[in-house]
Design a binder for this molecule. Structure first.
Ligand code: 1CP
Length: 342
């Protein structure tokens, strides 16, 4: 059976559907009371390991809002299972044995993702079944640098000290780590696509931790390889390189179908930099959802208007939705996007 709503995939492929498609990064999650109700009974890890519960929470935002795509409920750090690193979520991620030295890197398993991530593939199948072709399902992974940073730091960080120290003091070993992670990520995305994923988003959440020169030397080549290989899987690839104010030119060199734009750059300016022949996704400030309704609606329409200069535009926030967001404001955002094209 074909998809009932193809507007998101059409836009990914550079067509302009009748209505601008909209989905929101982190659309399934803690700002929804029904998500919190599920999470009150199971841990985040248990949730990620239950295909039925993953499907339930993936569909929760679709039952409330007129969204044009679903995103698989999982996390960018589940892939660390395949490297033999133990990650716990409380709810922020914590890696028990961070990778800081050459021997730590040599101790990682750079094997096959499929041997360890079958539970994610089962979640993909369960989500596809539950969606019943309503809208496409987006699969995802972290970019090599963002994934490596959690492995090296052991969790979130403000200054990326351990990651950059390793990169500066042991550049060859850091390169090997990035290469090994990239190989696993390629394998992981292939596994997701085999189970029916319709598009891929690669989250480079922490690109701006590096200077533009260091990003070009130490991170971009690995991300380029990941995007190039992901493209061969036959579904559209979205590259979200957060830190666009300084990295938009580098992101524009990626062979992705869609370039994610964060809120650090005006969308019209991002389109000038990447060129009007590219498809862009973004970029409303997530905190605009805390503005009075008429201000939120005006800001939403302004982003939509700027997006008309691109080949095609997928409406999204410029980063993940805050857990403190009022779901009514999310509804206003989605309806405002669709009503503008009605
Ligand atoms: O239930 C809970 O309390 C756990 C909170 C939570 C959730 C809801 C975590 C822990 N991960 C997730 C789900 C998640 N993470 C999804 C699927 C839901 C959806 O998008 O609808 C996705 C796509 C992610 C991706 C993710 N995880 C990113 C990239 C996106 C971004 O926001 O930049 C990153 C950086 C993570 C790491 C992570 N996992 C969880 C937390 C709290 C964090 C951030 C840690 C930090 O600040 O460094």
């Amino acid at each position: 059976m074909p998809l009932a709503n193809t507007s998101f995939l059409d836009a990914c492929r550079g067509q302009r559907p009748a209505r601008t498609p909209v989905w929101v990064m982190r659309q399934a999650g803690r700002y929804l009371p029904e998500y919190r109700a599920v999470r009150s009974k199971v841990s985040f890890t248990e949730l990620c390991h239950s295909p039925q519960l993953c499907a339930e929470v993936t569909l929760q935002p679709l039952d409330r809002f007129d969204l044009d795509a679903a995103i698989l409920f999982s996390d960018i750090l589940t892939v660390l299972d395949a490297l033999g690193a133990e990650v716990e979520f409380n709810p922020a991620p914590h890696v028990a044995n961070p990778v800081r030295t050459l021997s730590d890197i040599d101790g990682l398993q750079f094997g096959k993702a499929d041997d360890h991530l079958g539970y994610v593939y089962d979640a993909v199948s369960a989500c596809k079944k539950a969606l019943n072709n309503r809208v496409p399902l987006i699969g995802f992974c972290g970019a090599p640098l963002t994934t490596a940073s959690y492995l090296v730091e052991g969790g979130g960080t403000k200054d990326f000290l351990n990651t950059k120290r390793l990169m500066f003091t042991e550049p060859a070993a850091f390169g090997r780590l990035m290469e090994g992670i990239t190989t696993i990520l390629i394998d992981y995305l292939a596994g997701q696509v085999r189970q029916g994923i319709d598009a891929i988003q690669i989250f480079e959440s922490w690109a701006a931790a590096l200077t533009p020169e260091d990003y070009r030397e130490h991170a971009l080549p690995h991300l380029t390889r990941l995007v190039t290989e992901a493209k061969k899987l036959g579904v559209p690839v979205i590259a979200f390189v957060r830190g666009n104010a300084t990295l938009m030119e580098q992101a524009a060199t990626l062979p992705a179908d869609v370039l994610g734009v964060d809120w650090s750059i005006q969308l019209s300016r991002a389109i000038e930099v990447v060129g009007a022949d590219k498809v862009v996704q973004g970029n409303l400030d997530p905190i605009a959802l805390f503005a009075p309704p008429e201000v939120l609606a005006a800001k939403t329409r302004a982003v939509l208007q700027e997006g008309r200069a691109a080949k095609a535009h997928i409406f999204n926030l410029g980063h993940g939705i805050s857990r403190h967001t009022d779901p009514e404001q999310m509804k206003l955002l989605v309806d405002t996007v669709h009503e503008a094209d009605a």
